[in-house]
Design a protein around this ligand. Structure first.
Ligand code: CA
Length: 364
């Protein structure tokens, strides 16, 4: 009854906060301004994992703030094109975006280390780096000149190596291969003799189907089937050496964040952290089910195959060279690369006696 009376009494006069606060029991509710944000993503609306990550983030903010921070989410192309997201948030037309940092290599090469490093870290390792290993501090430093604040906001886990129209038997098969593969991984494939095409998710299937590209990678069974890639190429290779634990991001316009009261700023932070866990869990379950579907329902039509050990061995030094070259392009990239290498050494030494042998000798 109290609540009902409150609504009636204050209906239409919320702006008169001082007067209202004197007559009701919920001064906090009245005194706090409401924020209506826009969020864009680089994802097609049909991808429940990725676009769903943005929708979940918006819901977390709404739930935790009691409706004081509302975020309207737009898929790629609905408000701005996928790769227009960065400029949209920099310009302040929208307050936040959900994406993957390697898309912004043209803005700042250092961003690439914050999404996926070939032969780098798993999702566990990336989170350890971000939250407790100094990685997020560096990421903030890289985005600061753009007036942006980055946050880890999901992980795909280990990706697949991609869909290929022809078998990969040796390194020679990369010569002349036209492949959709972004980020540092793409630069490695180029070094192996391939030609790289960068396409947003929604444009991969037609390009692969029509032979504009010979191969394409996106994420893993769940998303790849949603995009129809299993209908456009026969061979689905693993593991995703190029994206061993791809981090997704939310990046926010700093002025918009600064305009929030402290509790809403904390809510945005915690919504990112909660979403970070939820997205990885979602991917691990959906990809596990998707793999079974590929191996049963599409048996005879597609083949899920490991890349030859020789190929994985030969790609590794190309990846190391690529990282060094990219780092040399820019002092900040160099700083991030050196920090990443140092942390990877620390993390891998522990991983070698913990998760790695467990997976190798016990779980399998
Ligand atoms: Ca990918």
């Amino acid at each position: 009854m109290e609540r009902r009376r409150f609504l009636v009494k204050t209906g239409g006069v919320l702006a008169a906060a001082g007067a209202a606060a004197a007559t009701i029991d919920a001064p906090n509710v009245i005194a706090q301004p409401k924020f209506q944000w826009k969020m864009v993503t680089t994802w097609p609306p049909g991808l429940a994992t990725l676009h769903g990550a943005a929708l979940r983030f918006a819901k977390f903010c709404d739930d935790m703030s009691g409706g004081r921070l509302k975020i309207q989410v737009f898929a790629a192309g609905e408000l701005v094109p996928a790769f227009g997201s960065f400029d949209a948030v920099v310009g302040g037309n929208v307050e936040v975006a959900h994406s993957a940092a390697y898309y912004w290599a043209g803005k700042t090469p250092a961003c690439q280390w914050f999404s996926a490093v070939p032969y780098g870290l798993s999702a566990q390792g990336m989170n350890a780096w971000f939250y407790e290993g100094g990685g997020l501090d560096l990421w903030e430093e890289v985005y600061k000149p753009f007036g942006l604040i980055p946050r880890p906001c999901g992980s795909t886990g280990t990706q697949m190596a991609g869909w290929f129209k022809r078998k990969i038997n040796s390194m020679a098969d990369f010569k002349g291969l036209k492949m959709r593969i972004p980020g540092l991984g793409g630069k490695v494939v180029a070094k192996a003799g391939g030609t790289i095409v960068l396409l947003p998710g929604g444009e991969i299937y037609p390009a692969l189907e029509r032979g504009v590209v010979d191969a394409a990678e996106w994420v893993g069974p769940e998303d790849d089937m949603k995009l129809g890639l299993h209908n456009a190429a026969r061979y689905n290779y693993y593991p995703g050496w190029h994206e061993p634990g791809t981090a997704l991001e939310a990046f926010l316009n700093k002025k918009a964040v600064d305009a929030l009261p402290a509790d809403l700023r904390a809510i945005v932070d915690h919504a990112c952290q909660a979403d970070n866990i939820a997205v990885l869990a979602d991917y691990n379950v959906k990809n596990a089910k998707g793999l079974i579907e590929l191996q049963t329902k599409f048996k005879g039509k597609v083949e899920v195959l490991p890349l030859p050990g020789d190929v994985l061995k030969a790609l590794k030094p190309l990846a190391e060279d690529t990282l060094e070259e990219e780092a040399a392009r820019d002092p900040l990239a160099k700083k991030v690369h050196e920090a990443f290498k140092k942390f990877r050494g620390l993390y891998n030494a522990w991983d070698k006696v913990s998760e790695d042998p467990y997976q190798r000798y016990v779980a399998s």
